[in-house]
Design a protein around this ligand. Structure first.
Ligand code: FES
Length: 120
């Protein structure tokens, strides 16, 4: 399945959190609201010193992956959709198991700079 284009509507350099705010492995969600009232939900996942960002939308049914704000990981460290149990590789966003197998989460470019997690 084709990988969707990264989500690039967030201005680069926006601070999301400190790297130390994230467990390793760990995840954290963020919600942005545009002046027009449009809501965007994203999350980041830490794996070692690397952090990966994704839009909080499951490719199976287009709904948020988690009902809880900061819990996006299964016990094995993969990203989990709590609706029907899809699992996604942290680094690529590829669904490895579940009803949307071989589909991808939409990446949100992020970077770690000076111990801070920023949009990229
Ligand atoms: S909505 Fe995510 S697995 Fe079904």
């Amino acid at each position: 399945m084709e990988k969707p284009e990264p989500f690039k509507r967030l201005a680069p350099g926006h601070r999301l959190c400190a790297l130390s705010d994230l467990n390793d492995p760990g995840s954290k969600g963020f919600v942005f609201e545009s002046p027009g009232g449009e809501r965007l939900s994203i999350f980041v996942v830490r794996k070692g010193e690397a952090v990966f960002g994704y839009v909080n939308r499951c490719p199976h049914m287009g709904v948020p992956l988690s009902a809880l704000p900061d819990l996006f990981l299964a016990s094995d460290g993969q990203i989990l959709c709590d609706k029907h149990g899809a699992l996604f590789d942290v680094q690529s966003g590829l669904c490895t198991e579940g009803p949307c197998r071989y589909h991808y989460l939409q990446q949100v470019p992020v970077q770690v700079q000076g111990g801070q997690v920023l949009t990229a």
